[in-house]
Design a protein around this ligand. Structure first.
Ligand SMILES: Cc1ncc(COP(=O)(O)O)c(C=O)c1O
Length: 399
């Protein structure tokens, strides 16, 4: 192990017993370059963040320009910060018209927390609902919404009451009643095993929320910014949620989260008490500048359309592997899950793929599913490289 690897092992708090452990030297486009001279194709875009790949020059220039002007100058919400105001306005242009105000945070989980607080205060209700397989982040509120009890239980008591409903199953919606402040849902689940609900299910959910005066919050942390082939996944469903939560690709590679809602809903955070929901670094000028530059590239280069076409190519190539160990390939845009018949095989496959030079990812709440969500700018040649590596990895995993 190198000196740095040794420091990493000895002094960095670990999140598992088996970190991937690549020693990154630099990253460019869809590739990660390690200190030992190898390169790896990033088929997970840093878990959904690097939509433009690594080292995009427009983003780098926006960061440099903002860094020369100013970095942090005041806690969020007090001064007029150009990059923040412009990014908020641009997001409101792209979101459904009623979502006309944005609260910036540092991360996805924090944006979920803010959305929970706004929903409870606006409705004066306490209960929340979420779905099995859900992942909304790891702070105490977001974790309470998590669909997998294994991750919740060691940290209980979490906020309550929470209704955990079956995902994509209309029969479960009857449990939403007038005690529910808000229902949180990922319009497409990633950590839940890449699951795409039907339009009917989402329409029924909207209807049930309306009938009971419950708010509907879409967690677009992973699905936002063209990942599913639309700027926001909500566009697939013809439904307008009351709250949209964003993060990951929002910051163009820097930490940034946000939630958007209509004036009177998000406005409850400004009074009774004033300053009842504040953050020092939320909407950092540097993150907003990077995010705005990234968003302009995503829009100008129509990367949503690209996600659809190159995503279809990726899907067809995965299907061509025709591996008997694969039960199902499913997804949308450039977010695909390979569902294996056996969880151990899936894990061996992911490890073998890394050896073969591609980074892929298992999912937190579905042990048999491997996720593919590369940068939206990935080329056909790079996908061919990934598929060849996966073919070899399948062979390796069989041994
Ligand atoms: C759908 C979804 N929501 C929320 C989060 C939490 O975001 P963060 O890690 O920025 O707190 C994630 C992170 O993976 C996510 O995938």
């Amino acid at each position: 192990m190198s000196d740095l690897g040794d420091l990493f092992r000895r002094h960095l708090a670990q999140t598992s017993d088996a970190p991937i452990g690549l020693e990154i030297d630099r990253a460019q486009g869809c590739w990660l370059y390690t200190r030992d001279g190898h390169r790896y194709l990033d088929m997970i875009a840093g878990i959904g963040v690097s939509a433009l790949g690594h080292g995009n020059s427009a983003v780098a220039e926006a960061i440099a320009d903002q860094a020369r002007r100013h970095l942090h100058v005041m806690a969020y919400g007090e001064y007029v910060i150009a990059s923040q105001a412009r990014l908020a306005a641009r997001l409101c242009e792209l979101l459904p018209q009623s979502l006309n105000r944005v609260y910036f945070t540092n991360s996805g989980a924090e944006a979920i927390e803010g959305a929970i607080k706004a929903a409870r205060k606006f409705t004066r209700r306490r209960a929340l609902a979420a779905f099995d397989g859900a992942y909304h982040g790891d702070t105490m509120g977001a974790l309470a919404l998590a669909g997998n009890p294994t991750f919740r239980e060691p940290f209980e008591p979490l906020i309550a009451p929470i209704l955990h409903l079956p995902y994509a199953d209309e029969r479960g919606l009857a449990a939403i009643d007038q005690s529910v402040a808000a229902v949180f849902i990922e319009p497409v689940q990633a950590e839940g095993g890449v699951r795409v609900p039907s339009r009917d299910f989402i329409a029924a959910l909207r209807k049930r929320c309306d009938a009971n005066g419950s708010l509907l919050a879409f967690d677009e942390v992973l699905t936002g910014f063209a990942r599913t082939g639309r700027m926001f996944a909500l566009e697939h469903f013809d439904v307008v949620p009351d709250i949209v939560v964003m993060a990951k690709a929002l910051g163009g590679g820097l930490p940034l989260g946000a939630f958007a809602a209509r004036d009177e809903l998000i406005g409850v955070l400004a009074h009774d008490p004033p300053l009842g929901h504040i953050t020092t670094f939320g909407g950092h000028p540097l993150s907003c500048a990077a995010g705005l530059a990234a968003l302009e590239v995503i829009a100008a280069e129509n990367l949503a359309e690209r996600a659809r076409s190159i995503g279809q190519y990726l899907r067809d190539r995965i299907e061509s592997l025709a591996a008997p160990e694969i039960a199902n390939v499913r997804g949308i845009g450039l977010l695909w899950g390979i569902d294996f018949r056996d969880a151990d095989f899936a894990h061996r496959f992911a490890a073998a793929a890394l050896e073969r030079g591609i980074v892929i990812n298992w999912t937190l709440n579905a042990e048999t599913v491997i996720r593919l969500a590369p940068p939206l700018v990935i080329s056909r040649e790079e996908i061919d490289f990934a598929v060849d590596a996966m073919r070899a990895a399948l062979r390796d995993a069989r041994r």
